[in-house]
Design a protein around this ligand. Structure first.
Ligand SMILES: [Zn+2]
Ligand SMILES: [Zn+2]
Ligand SMILES: [Zn+2]
Length: 288
């Protein structure tokens, strides 16, 4: 059975039970069926990149059109997002998203957070409670400052997104699924990737610390940053991410946060069959 947000018309504002003790070495989950939808597969500037005349930015292949990076997870009748990009509104229209029950944030770069305000109409379904946003403590503090008009406003007329920040520094159980933060190095910053059941989503990393690799064992589905071939100070390359896939032996891997250096079809033709470039609108089933 596939849980599609568009079919769940009735708001169910039940909030997460995130207080249960969990073991970081336990990845099995409950074996619930889940669907992962790629909302955006592009790098921070998007593809096409404004003002660029390269072949990929002018490609007629729809898979070469990459909005900013985010995914949607559907399970147990709930919808969970990872990041809300500046393209969230358009992504939500495209995927007919009519509910969101929680959002996890990887970090606070603009390409991952600027869609927060567009959660507003979907947040109202949770009244009198609020839509929970999970983030690292430092990221939650940054979001509170950056969006102070939402979090600190004394505004009673309902025209603000009804959102609640929930700082996390370890695994949380949300709607019966465990979300486990994975520490990643993104240039000079430490950020979160997430593991959930048999899948993991690692966007924006230049390095995966040795201490994080045990969390990547036994994956059916692995999403990884692969900006381009040329090295970049804050992002992984195709070659580096292929080595990571090889090391952790993920059954299937998909690259994301892709820039205009990588034409979809030609790049896929050079990758091993279990590794693909992701693309906007891609849907995958897995166990959470
Ligand atoms: Zn990014
Ligand atoms: Zn271009
Ligand atoms: Zn970033």
């Amino acid at each position: 059975m596939r849980y599609r947000g568009r079919r769940s018309r009735e708001p169910q504002p039940e909030l997460a039970d995130d207080d249960g003790p969990v073991s970081s070495s336990q990845h099995e989950g409950l074996g619930m069926k889940a669907t992962l939808t790629v909302l955006g597969s592009g790098t921070s500037m998007g593809v096409p990149t404004l003002g660029c005349s390269c072949a990929v930015c002018h490609s007629s292949d729809p898979r070469d059109r990459r909005t900013r990076p985010s995914i949607m997870l559907e399970f147990a009748g709930k919808v969970v997002l990872i990041d809300t990009t500046p393209d969230f509104y358009a992504q939500a229209i495209r995927e007919q998203i009519c509910r969101v029950d929680a959002v996890f944030f990887t970090h606070t770069h603009a390409d991952h957070i600027l869609g927060i305000d567009d959660l507003r109409p979907l947040s109202y379904a949770h009244k009198p409670q609020k839509l929970p946003l999970y983030a690292r403590p430092d990221a939650a503090a940054f979001l509170r400052r950056m969006f102070s008009y939402i979090f600190d406003a004394d505004y009673k007329y309902g025209a603000l997104p009804q959102l609640e920040l929930r700082p996390i520094d370890g695994p949380v159980d949300v709607f019966g699924a465990r979300f486990e933060p994975i520490r990643l190095i993104h240039g000079e910053a430490e950020i979160y990737g997430f593991r959930f059941g048999k899948a993991a989503y690692l966007t924006d990393h230049s390095e995966i610390p040795e201490t994080s690799f045990h969390q990547l064992e036994g994956l059916d589905l692995l999403f990884l940053d692969a900006l381009r071939h040329k090295p970049h100070p804050t992002h992984s390359t195709v070659e580096n991410s292929l080595r990571i896939v090889e090391r952790v032996k993920a059954k299937r891997a998909f690259f994301t946060h892709i820039c205009h250096d990588l034409p979809h079809e030609a790049t896929n033709a050079m990758l091993p069959p279990h590794v693909r470039l992701s693309y906007d609108g891609l849907k995958l089933e897995f166990e959470i």
